[in-house]
Design a protein around this ligand. Structure first.
Ligand code: SF4
Length: 422
């Protein structure tokens, strides 16, 4: 009965008319034809963030005619994403491997915001930011154990655009669009297909499913990147979810503060704060992502009372050493982002060059736990292939029992004993 009532409540609301022009709409996410699109300054361009020297130099070299109000406009950033071999080779010295990958058209398209491209070292193919977003020929290799959908999300999808694996929570895939595509993306089988941020025809079916299943208390909106959608589209989903009585919390998964921090406008934050309790988990990879722009974006979200967490994929040669992760996590805590998950890289097709051993992941936790603030230590997990869900992995702190005593090994590898309660 409760389910039927909540379904009725949510269905009485008309979807907004997305077809009309909206000042918050990414103007050319779907139909950008030219390299540089001029957008008049709008009242939604709320700030001129301070910036790093790296970004300043990059702008001078490659976008000398672009004024601050354009560069700091998230819609300009989306409209002018770098997507082709020609566009990228104009700003980066490409290797043969990168050239061949771009010419061969890998499964996942390339897309990089000009802002994120400004963080790339154009002369260093091993630059961590570059490796995350510029394809190499290794993506075309297929190794043992890799698959298109290693987490079997499609099997756990009761209706299109929804994954229902754990009884009390669902994953709502609101869009397949991201401003910047990560080469190791778990959902590379589905993201980047429509190449635009349009309302999805599956939303209402997914919302109806959530309303009908009263055990669902937690909805994670992800994709693609939900924060690339315009505010009316995102608010439509948030509003419908908020009207379902058994949905206790809403979470958003995004990489926007790292790749498109200009998107975190006052207007967006004012809308989001109406939907508390709302949590945001941000995908961060490397300390080089923590720029003045990103810090400002995180502060703005945190000031709106939104608890922020981070998710990081452990990547070979990019962030698989303790000092890099420690630096990242220390910077995140300064931005009021709590390191939440460190993921073992999922075995999607063409991911072997990104994947470390599991022993390496455990070594990372061993190097962090006890050696820094506990808040800076995330959970290291493997999302079990085949749909097993997240399995946490820890160094062997618990060494077993000695009679009625628990044997513990601490971060300095010293042994301690705790009397077990019988
Ligand atoms: S931002 Fe997330 S969904 Fe988008 S490409 Fe990166 S990992 Fe995939």
């Amino acid at each position: 009965m409760e389910a039927i009532e909540s379904l009725q409540n949510t269905e009485t609301q008309e979807p907004p008319d997305f077809s009309t022009s909206n000042s918050d709409e990414p103007p050319s996410a779907c139909n950008s034809q030219s390299n540089v699109i001029t957008i008049l300054p709008s009242r939604h361009v709320a700030h001129k963030p301070s910036t790093s020297n790296k970004t300043k130099i990059f702008r001078k070299l490659f976008y000398p005619d672009i004024i601050d109000s354009q560069w700091n406009d998230w819609r300009w950033q989306i409209a002018n994403r770098i997507r082709t071999y020609e566009e990228l080779s104009a700003i980066v010295e490409l290797t043969e491997s990168e050239k061949n990958a771009l010419i061969s058209h890998t499964q996942l398209p390339m897309s990089i915001t000009p802002y994120y491209a400004s963080l790339i070292d154009r002369n260093n193919p091993l630059d961590p930011i570059r490796r995350c977003v510029v394809p190499t020929i290794h993506e075309l290799e297929h190794h043992h154990g890799e698959s298109e959908d290693p987490l079997s999300e499609d099997e756990d999808s009761p209706v299109p655009g929804l994954v229902h694996r754990y009884p009390d929570r669902v994953l709502f895939l609101a869009t397949d669009f991201c401003s910047t595509y990560c080469r190791y993306c778990t959902r590379s089988r589905i993201v980047g297909r429509s190449n635009c941020t349009l309302p999805n025809k599956n939303w209402d079916t997914a919302l109806r499913y959530i309303a009908e299943h009263t055990q669902i208390r937690d909805v994670l909106i992800s994709g693609g990147d939900p924060l690339t959608m315009n505010e009316s589209m995102l608010e439509y989903i948030l509003n419908r979810l908020k009207a379902i009585p058994h949905v206790e919390i809403i979470r958003i998964g995004t990489k926007v503060p790292a790749v498109l921090p200009q998107r975190i406008t006052h207007s967006l934050v004012s809308m989001l704060r109406k939907y508390h309790p709302l949590w945001i988990n941000i995908h961060f990879t490397h300390p080089d992502e923590i720029t003045p722009e990103t810090m400002k974006a995180c502060n703005r979200l945190a000031n709106a009372g939104i608890p922020l967490g981070s998710q990081t994929v452990l990547l070979k040669g990019i962030n698989d050493n303790v000092e890099t992760l420690k630096k990242l996590y220390h910077l995140l805590l300064q931005c009021r982002v709590r390191p939440y998950y460190l993921y073992q890289c999922d075995p999607i097709v063409g991911s072997q060059h990104f994947r470390t051993s599991v022993a390496k992941g455990i070594e990372m936790i061993e190097g962090l736990r006890g050696h820094t603030t506990g808040l800076a230590v995330p959970h290291y997990v493997i999302d079990a292939p085949g749909g097993g869900g997240k399995v946490p992995l820890l160094p062997a702190y618990y060494q077993g029992m000695d009679g009625n005593t628990i044997v513990l090994k601490n971060y300095e590898h010293k042994y301690f004993y705790y009397p077990e309660t019988t």
